[in-house]
Design a protein around this ligand. Sequence first.
Ligand SMILES: Cc1cc2nc3c(=O)[nH]c(=O)nc-3n(C[C@H](O)[C@H](O)[C@H](O)COP(=O)(O)O)c2cc1C
Length: 369
Amino acid sequence: MNHPALFKPIQVGNLALANRIVVAPMCQYSAVEGCMTDWHFVHLGQFMLSGAALLTIEATAVLPEGRISYADTGLWNDETEAAMRRVLEGIRNCFDMPIGIQLAHAGRKASTDVPWKGGDQLPPGDAHGWQTVAPSAIPFESSDHPPTALTIEDMTRIRDAFAAAATRADRLGIQLIQLHAAHGYLLHQFLSPLSNQREDEYGGTLENRMRFPLEVFDAVRAVFPAEKPVSVRLSATDWVAGGWDVEQSIIFARELEKRGCSAIHISSGGLHPAQEIPVGPSYQVPLARAVKAAVKMPVVAVGLITSYEQAEAIIGTGDADMIALARTMLYDPRWPWHAAAALGAQIKAPKQYLRCQPRQHGNLFAATP
Ligand SMILES: Cc1cc2nc3c(=O)[nH]c(=O)nc-3n(C[C@H](O)[C@H](O)[C@H](O)COP(=O)(O)O)c2cc1C
């Protein structure tokens, strides 16, 4: 029996994970007034059977105006919490696996249509649109309706909303929080000098640009039970000259680690339309490797990881501690089973499905509960 690196257990804080495969957060644009719907049963339920170690719930807005679109999932009141409880209880009754949630605020990239209707920004006058907010009144696209620059009072309200959502997530039995500081959304907008041109103590120097994201991290870490991990998803570069880059990411990651961050998830881009991304297999892995060299907490790599051997190599060489998969899991929701079969590892499968074990992989299924 081989012992592929991809299937070695790992600890994230106190959370024990069975292998190194994470289902990345994926917005479904299928919520109503922030409430999860039956779609989420099917979508999240299929991943409960996937054999991945951790399921990350999609970017979940901490305030209504922090949604990317009007159809985003939220966790800002009792109704959104009850809708999420219904889905989580349903899927957990069928199978158990650790579940994390990505807490988010879209900032200037909020108020859009859903992707299958073009995803364009909807101005405040639109029936489905609202006034966006950001560190500075600089729109993402020059043609966008500009965001309002946040006051300190607004920022306090947003920070408190992140903490309140974390408390709700804990009540829902969610085992891990991931703060969304990537892809050009609000916390990333504070980090990057391209979107943050504030002249107060929240803009200018790197220390000032990191201040609000770190305050949000501290507020969430303070209310989420100490035994449960809080992690951060970061765009390690804007892919634009003069923007956020890997050197600043390393300083930010170290600062997070000092404050009790349990893992860091390395993505990139999304902040500026002028980005030039060298897209290709594993294109973000070098960024993960650079951050991993500077921190002790587990580092997650993501982006165009599709083959079993590629995933095994990323973990085996130590470029990252875990991999996250998004489109790969939509295309093949039992990718971890197929990876285990190809690499000679075992996977936990539900008892109802045990009869499907292929003859040539007679040892694939580990004991199931
Ligand atoms: C349908 C879809 C929805 C996504 N939603 C989110 C999200 O909610 N939060 C986030 O940080 N990234 C989101 N992403 C980005 C993915 O998590 C991932 O970083 C990206 O797709 C690259 O990984 P991949 O090549 O495995 O798809 C989404 C991607 C897809 C395809």
